[in-house]
Design a protein around this ligand. Sequence first.
Ligand code: SF4
Ligand code: SF4
Length: 92
Amino acid sequence: MNNNMNNDIDRKEIPWFPTVNGEKCTGCGTCFDFCSHSVYEMKEDKSKVVNPYGCVVGCSTCQGLCPEGAIAFPDIQEVREIIKKLRARQPV
Ligand code: SF4
Ligand code: SF4
């Protein structure tokens, strides 16, 4: 899924962004250092999602980089269905 397919849809209508499990996060900073979309900030030695809609729809790279398995994403199939419905709503 690339980002261009969402051009007609308000990004905030697409529920695709990471969540961090604060219990598991050790504050290593890998996700923060890797993501170039300012999705994360380091606060009080933990990673926090501060810009969820900056996340590229369909990207989940940081999830695989987290050594603690602390990052989760929604089900991509469910999000694809939501996008399909949003696109169907667009005027032709
Ligand atoms: S990569 Fe994982 S453990 Fe490291 S700061 Fe990010 S969420 Fe926390
Ligand atoms: S999935 Fe990609 S765009 Fe989204 S927060 Fe992680 S690295 Fe950044």
